[in-house]
Write a protein that binds this ligand. Structure first.
Ligand code: DC
Length: 214
């Protein structure tokens, strides 16, 4: 069984997807981390993330999926990830790994931008998680400050909006809800409330369509 959780940056999709995977005993894949790895590899090699050939080469390099680095979560790498994700060949090079991951028993939860639209269009349940840009920036700002990083709220908001605009407007696999996705607005909700709503929906779907085994 495959569950997809898509949405813009800092909407709460990672928190929800991880919690769902824990609760259901499913595998979990943060697909954004793949694009972050490619973005960081390109930056480390001294190339421009806007260069399609260099980015595609990084996405095809052996070991890229397991590449670990403390910098993966930083905002510069997030921006580079968004830039490399625009290149169709980068997306194509990462597709097979994501589909194979999703096919594992007993099930998988994937979070990202195109998990429900492109990677797993037949997923059993699809969520599209949203929150206002101001609330998402506030969450990211609090997270950065808690990690001892120097950040301004205005900058965080501007970076987030620039990334959303790029992710939504790219020609290949843009950020958008699948037609059959359930939209969850987390702006005023606690993560436990979001999890409870998502689980209720998954169990309800199983009642309505018993072929789903949760
Ligand atoms: O989820 P994240 O913030 O770690 O993602 C970083 C960037 O990677 C995001 O701005 C766009 C890109 N991305 C993508 O294009 N497709 C995905 N499925 C996941 C992420």
């Amino acid at each position: 069984m495959i569950i997809t959780v898509d949405g813009p940056a800092a909407a709460g999709k990672g928190t929800l997807a991880r919690a769902l995977a824990d609760e259901l005993g499913f595998h979990f894949l943060d697909t954004g981390s793949l694009y972050r790895r490619v973005g960081l590899a390109v930056l480390k090699a001294g190339h421009n993330p806007g260069n399609a050939d260099e980015a595609a080469r990084a996405a095809a390099s052996p070991g890229i999926m397991a590449f670990a680095d403390d910098d993966l979560r930083n905002e510069k790498v997030a921006a580079a990830a968004s830039q490399v994700s625009v290149h169709p060949q980068v997306r194509a090079n990462l597709l097979d790994f994501q589909r194979r991951f999703a096919a594992q028993a007993p099930g998988a939860v994937l979070d990202g931008r195109d998990a429900g639209t492109v990677i797993c269009p037949d997923a059993a349940v699809k969520f599209f998680v949203i929150a206002t840009a101001e609330e998402r920036a506030r969450r990211r700002y609090v997270e950065l400050r808690a990690a001892g990083k120097d950040a301004s709220y205005a900058e965080v908001l501007a970076d987030l909006q620039a990334r959303d605009a790029r992710d939504q407007s790219r020609a290949t696999a843009p950020l958008k809800p699948a037609d059959d996705a359930v939209i969850l607005d987390t702006t005023t909700l606690h993560p436990n409330e979001v999890l409870a709503m998502a689980l209720a929906l998954i169990y309800l779907r199983r009642e309505l369509a018993p072929r789903l085994t949760v």
